[in-house]
Design a protein around this ligand. Structure first.
Ligand code: ADP
Length: 376
């Protein structure tokens, strides 16, 4: 575990970048440092690998003061990824990734073998191995940066705004990739960002810092959203806090109705029985269960359902995998007010009304309040 213990950083010009900061950074999890520009995030991150030395306080790694080990040994146990990747422009992608293993004395062959393995791990086509950084897109360069930081398999990864310079679509891809890699590798990651949505998405724990390098709140993202410590945190979290919080509630407990599901080749009896549920419309599916659209019960004729005239069903949610937020979004987008639940293959497994989703949200709130020990 990394423990930041009452650390203050005062730069020579008198700027207090970090002010008596204490944090316990859990192992094998992603801890995000977030806050407005200039609140001391980068300074804090750089104190962990001793690129910046604290003015007061100490940083402990597994109980030992990081000043007790040679700085090079410390840095080799900590991969470091920065914005724009910071790649060596005159080296190929393969040699960029192999940098630290080569410094550690690995043979050229072994280091390159490792580099190829890492390209695959971070989702890079190995055909890019011989290219130079300028021949890659920003997103690809960022993946190389991550691969390079992972090359010597350090237990700790320090990431400073690594995805801030790429467009939102590429950024989402990189975030998903990081979560996937973390699932496989279980590194201790300290991640700096000024983007609260990125913090909430990636963080197991999120430290919100305020200007002057003071800690405003340190909590799991769901707790930040449900119980911001003060007006500053609340303001920083921004609009839609309630809706965003629903991302942390699973959809698997939702009570679905299956009666309104009818295959496109349903006979008259099946169409009539389909109306038995409370849904105002029937959800017509392909023979394999893929949803096609809503149809009003009285207007569907057995054997002659025209798929082009069905009412669009909005965006389905994957039962169990997606959250109540996705389910609610699906219901809001659906002209019938009912959301369509699908399985991992995209086959409809049921439909659910806004009302039932609303009840599930209320139940989830009650559960969290009880878990937090709040009694009515
Ligand atoms: P953040 O990463 O949250 O944007 P920084 O850690 O980069 O914040 O900076 C925190 C504060 O320290 C800012 O006011 C910044 O101007 C100041 N600062 C950063 N580096 C130095 C430096 N080398 N000398 C003087 N002041 C600095």
């Amino acid at each position: 575990m990394i423990r930041i213990d009452a650390v203050t950083k005062r730069y020579p010009d008198g700027t207090v970048a970090v002010d008596r900061l204490s944090l316990e950074i859990p192992d094998r999890a992603i801890t995000v440092l977030v806050g407005p520009s200039g609140c001391g995030k980068t300074t804090t991150l750089r104190m962990i690998n001793r690129m910046v030395e604290p003015s007061e306080g100490a940083i402990l790694l597994d109980g030992a003061d990081i000043r007790q080990q040679p700085v090079n040994t410390l840095r080799r146990s900590m991969g470091y990824v920065i914005q724009n990747a910071g790649l060596f422009q005159h080296r190929t992608i393969l040699d960029n990734i192999a940098t630290v293993p080569r410094l550690l004395g690995w043979s050229k062959g072994k280091a390159r073998e490792r580099a190829v393995e890492l390209m695959e791990r971070v989702g890079l086509d190995t055909a890019l191995a011989k290219r130079y950084p300028y021949q890659l897109s920003g997103g690809q360069q960022q993946r190389v940066g991550v691969a390079r930081a992972l090359a010597a398999d350090p237990p700790v990864l320090l990431m400073d705004e690594p995805f801030s310079a790429v467009d939102p679509v590429v950024r989402k891809g990189l975030q998903d990739e990081l979560l996937r890699i973390q699932d496989e590798l279980g590194k201790t990651i300290v991640f700096v960002t000024h983007d609260i949505d990125e913090a909430v998405k990636l963080g197991t724990m999120v430290a919100v810092l305020r200007t002057g390098g003071r800690l405003a709140q340190f909590a799991p993202p769901s707790e930040l959203l449900s119980a911001p410590a003060d007006a500053f945190v609340e303001d920083f979290l921004g609009a839609d806090r309630g809706i965003r919080r629903l991302s942390f509630f699973p959809s698997d407990g939702l009570e679905l109705q299956t009666a309104p599901l009818v295959p496109i080749d349903a006979d008259a009896g099946r169409l009539a029985a389909g109306g038995a549920g409370a849904a105002p419309c029937l959800l017509v599916t392909d023979a394999d269960g893929t949803p096609l659209g809503w149809g009003e019960p009285g207007r569907l004729t057995a054997g002659a359902i025209d798929r082009d005239r069905l009412i669009p069903y909005g965006r389905p949610f994957v039962l169990g995998k997606d959250s109540l937020r996705s389910a609610l979004d699906g219901a809001v987008l659906s002209p019938t007010g009912w959301a369509v639940a699908v399985d991992g293959e995209g086959h409809a497994v049921g439909v659910v009304s806004q009302q039932v989703i609303g009840e599930a949200i209320r139940a989830a709130h009650t559960e969290t309040r009880q878990a937090a020990g709040v009694t009515e």
